[in-house]
Design a protein. Structure first.
Length: 469
């Protein structure tokens, strides 16, 4: 397993100062799983290459119980790809051997450490579960030119097909610390080997090295899930901390309370009224690409799928568990490919700017804003109306005046324990008018559900459209 890093930034041998490793001298380091060697195959003023070679002690790994677990056949403990393939060991080695460089520090060339320089990283035998497509999806958004050549399982038997190993070259102009952090996080993500135990300090490591760039990476969920080996408690902690959300675990809040609101509102089947009102308003917008923000378990998406005018239907939610339930409800893995291609579920939070939300004809936001902390509302307004800027927004929220008509609901209580506020008609209309004024939208209001002569409708809806005038 070998990683080489090359620069043509002159004098190229300054790479040695960035890595804190002298180009004139080969060095070796003991690690818990073997030895790492650093040397420079080329070191001229024009071009300098540093190599990190791992020599993994497979037998030692088994003795120390750090190798593949006892699953599978026993010889597998000794005969496996670990000595040859770049894997999580490479990340550990990067963090140990290039610790200073990874943290962006250089004793003698700090300015250079903070400068984007042309860098090329090459990894031989990088295992990629998900193939070249995934490799590109991970590195290209970070600005890399990616070249990959696959390896056959066995050159003598080409009919056996491709293996999952690639020789990969990544090129970009960036800081060395960024390159190292990308490799540190993404090599194990590509490998996706499930054999090692993930402790909660892995969340810290992921956030330390991924903090800045991971939050806006389009494959953020996949990266976090694979890196943390799909352990839900850790992944939601990581996503929440990435987003700096100081909120309770969205999954547990959602699952405990999902049905409370439904029970309160049941008598008038308000949910049905709402779905119909939103669907009708949407169909008047003539939208083709739409996104359901805070889509929950996907009820609205399910209904919208029947509308063939909608070419793309996305759903976004902060709760990973809700998205899993949505995926089940929509039977995503069993849909014909053409249908499947219309739908996409993404994990994210409405209080953080997210480029994936840009370019939609319409965004739906049904019974979501009351779940946001009032202090985060202004962030939400900018995320949706300033940055995502769909041509139309259809938004609903409870009308608190109507709560006195719900028999099961004690006076003064909100309809759902997770609601942070509920608004009167006047409060909602003032808010919506202010938002549309500030961001250049026109807004209209409509009641949803059976209206009470005094308390008004149980749900209130606003339809915002980009104001051309
Ligand atoms: N729109 C759905 C679900 C409403 S419940 C429906 O009408 O049935 C509110 C949803 O908002 C929940 O699924 C919750 O997880 C989601 N949510 C709460 N805060 C969010 C945030 N900051 N970003 C995105 N979704 C959020």
């Amino acid at each position: 397993m070998i990683l080489t890093i090359t620069t043509t930034h002159q004098p190229a041998t300054d790479l040695g100062y960035l890595l804190h490793k002298n180009p004139a001298r080969a060095q070796s380091f003991d690690l818990s799983f073997g030895r790492a060697h650093v040397f420079y195959p080329e070191a001229t003023v024009e071009r300098c290459t540093a190599a990190l070679l791992l020599d993994i002690d497979t037998v030692g790994l088994v003795r120390n119980r750090r190798g593949p677990s006892g699953e599978g056949f026993s010889l597998e403990q000794y005969v496996n790809d670990r000595p040859y393939a770049a894997s999580s060991f490479m990340s550990v080695a990067i963090a140990r051997v290039f610790a200073q460089a990874l943290s962006g520090k250089s004793r003698d060339r700090q300015e250079m450490a903070e400068t984007a320089i042309p860098l090329q990283a090459k990894l031989a035998a990088l295992p990629c579960r998900g193939g070249e497509r995934l490799l590109r999806k991970l590195f290209e958004p970070l600005g890399y030119a990616v070249a990959a050549s696959g390896h056959l399982l066995d050159e003598k038997f080409p009919e056996w097909g491709e293996s999952r190993y690639f020789t990969v070259t990544l090129e970009a102009s960036l800081r060395l610390s960024e390159l190292l952090a990308h490799l540190y996080v993404l090599i194990p993500v590509l490998d996706d080997e499930k054999h090692y135990w993930v402790g909660s300090d892995e969340v810290d490591k992921l956030l330390r090295h991924g903090g800045e760039w991971l939050a806006s990476h389009p494959e953020r969920e996949l990266i976090v899930n694979r890196y943390l080996k799909y352990q839900r408690r850790l992944t939601s902690e990581a996503i929440a901390r990435l987003m700096d959300e100081d909120q309770p675990d969205p999954d547990s809040v959602e699952s405990q309370q999902a049905h409370e609101e439904e029970e309160v509102e049941e008598k008038i089947s308000l949910n049905e009224h709402r779905l119909r009102a939103v669907t009708e308003a949407l169909s008047r917008c003539g939208a083709r690409r739409i996104i359901d923000l805070g889509c929950g378990e996907g009820r609205l998406i399910k209904r919208l799928m029947a509308d063939s005018r909608l070419e793309e239907i996305w759903g976004m939610d902060v709760s990973y568990r809700a998205l899993e339930a949505a995926s089940e409800r929509l039977r995503l893995d069993r849909l014909p490919q053409k249908q499947r291609d219309r739908i996409r579920l993404i994990h994210g939070s409405l209080t953080y700017r997210d480029r994936r939300l840009e370019g939609f004809d319409a965004a739906l936001c049904v019974e979501v804003i009351e779940h946001l902390d009032a202090a985060r509302l202004s962030a939400f307004e900018r995320v949706l109306f300033e940055f995502a800027r769909p041509r139309a927004v259809i938004l609903t929220t409870p009308n608190i005046e109507y709560n006195i008509r719900f028999e099961g609901l004690p006076a003064g209580r909100f309809r759902h324990r997770d609601h942070r506020f509920e608004w009167t008609r006047r409060e909602f209309q003032m808010w919506a008018a202010d938002v549309s004024h500030r961001f250049g939208y026109a807004v209209e209001f409509a009641p949803v559900g059976e209206e009470d002569s005094e308390a008004g409708p149980p749900t209130q809806m606003a339809v915002f459209k980009v104001d051309k005038g």
